[in-house]
Write a protein that binds this ligand. Structure first.
Ligand code: NAD
Length: 385
């Protein structure tokens, strides 16, 4: 994944969101800067001008580039000779489309957190904006950056498992098992508000990660689904627990379970894929191991940094075996691929972003998944994707 740097400088990032107390904004900053290709130089970090400025001081950027809002940032930056190269979006979901569309229109590439937008209709609008601008756009489905997810993808692509028949994906969290949104906890508050989050609660927040992981690892596409969404915690305005059955385009079937009321669970994302000859099993909370089981052979445990891993897995490994890499490093893989892609785009390459980096196609499919799951649950029946 090494790309030749055409300029002897780092790419400049302007961030929207990620102010004091935010969850994923700091992860974006750490991940973007991990490989020395990108530096934070500007931002609109909060909806409050004062907090945005204070955050900018804390991040050590020029105080004049800690803006009161994203529109001010885009207007001011496009006039600068040392303007930002791209915008990173780490705000609640309702701002993903307006910020991304404005950034693209101003001529800046975009890295956005998921889900791509708040609604499916917005995702189609974003897809059109990306196509019109012709600029690189990446979506940070974090789990796509893990070396052993890349290995799982390579195992599926190799055909060694035989025809894939069955998929089990689960994403179990317990942090919303009580009405946390009523306590002022800000991550819970906006996620429970349809106006800020969009119509899919748990199904949008973590169901989309599980859905993406299925298609990313297997290379298959979901063609229909039957989902049951419910709200377990009294008074909550969006779903917090989801079970879905899936059908895929090769005839395989799957089950997808996503819950934020699975009390005691942390970030329990797990994917199992079963083929005719064997299966794979990857767990996010033990990310440096991939289990591969065979009908006619012993169970294998593949370790991160193993010399026997696929080229794609080794390419995104930074440390020798036994030195655990995790969430930040996986996130940084996506930023590194984006940085390489942006440089390639500047050189005029037609398809500069690698297929391993989730982009607008994954974003639209994720939003379609939410919309279809809600529809299926409302109808109590299977729906075409
Ligand atoms: N990739 C992942 O695994 C992952 C993990 C967590 C969250 N996310 C996504 O990241 C996004 C943010 O989630 P979070 O948990 O960090 O939320 P958060 O509430 O912790 O942070 C949101 C930040 O956006 C800022 N903000 C709100 N309105 C703004 C505006 N108008 N201008 C500038 N900044 C503004 C807030 O001040 C806050 O700093 C969501 O879309 C979420 O789905 C992705």
């Amino acid at each position: 994944m090494e790309a030749e740097m055409t300029e002897l400088r780092k790419l400049r990032m302007g961030m929207v969101g990620g102010g004091p107390g935010a969850f994923i904004g700091p992860v974006h900053r750490m991940a973007a800067e991990l490989d020395g290709r990108i530096e934070l130089v500007a931002g609109a970090f909060s909806q409050s001008a004062e907090r945005s400025r204070a955050a900018g001081v804390g991040f050590g950027i020029d105080p004049g580039r800690a803006y009161a809002g994203y529109r001010e940032m885009l207007e001011a930056e496009r006039e600068r000779p040392d303007a930002i190269d791209f915008v990173a979006i780490a705000t609640p979901n309702h701002l993903h489309l307006p910020v991304a569309a404005a950034a693209l229109e101003a001529g800046f590439a975009v890295v956005s957190d998921k889900p791509a937008t708040a609604t499916y209709a917005e995702a189609l609008a974003l897809e059109a904006a990306v196509a019109k601008a012709g600029l690189p756009y990446a979506l940070t489905h974090t789990y796509a950056g893990y070396a052993l997810v890349r290995e799982a993808r390579a195992v599926c692509a190799s055909g060694q498992l035989g025809a894939i028949r069955k998929i089990a994906v689960e994403y179990l969290q317990g942090w919303l098992s009580r009405p946390l949104e009523n306590t002022g906890q800000k991550q819970a508050a906006w996620r429970s508000d349809p106006a800020l989050n969009g119509p899919g609660g748990c199904i949008g927040d973590i169901g989309t990660h599980a859905f993406h992981l299925v298609e990313y690892v297997t290379g298959l596409e979901v063609t229909s689904l039957n989902a049951a969404l419910r709200t377990v915690v009294e008074g909550r305005r969006l779903d917090d627990d989801c079970n879905a059955m899936l059908r895929l385009n090769n005839g395989a079937t799957g089950v997808l379970m996503a819950s934020q009321v699975a009390a005691g669970e942390g970030n329990g994302l797990r994917l199992r894929v079963y083929g005719e000859n064997g299966s794979i099993d990857w767990r996010q909370e033990d990310p440096n191991r991939l289990r591969v089981k065979w009908v006619d052979g012993p169970e294998e445990i593949r370790h991160a940094a193993g010399s026997y891993l696929s080229e794609g897995a080794r390419a995104v490994t930074r440390l020798p075996g036994g030195h655990p890499e995790g969430y930040i490093e996986a996130f940084a893989v996506l930023y590194r691929e984006f940085a390489d892609g942006l440089i390639a785009w500047r050189r005029g390459e037609a398809n500069p972003l690698p297929a391993t980096l989730p982009g607008i196609v994954a974003g639209v499919r994720g939003m379609r998944f939410i919309e279809r799951a809600i529809e299926s649950s409302r109808e109590g029946s299977w729906v075409e994707f």
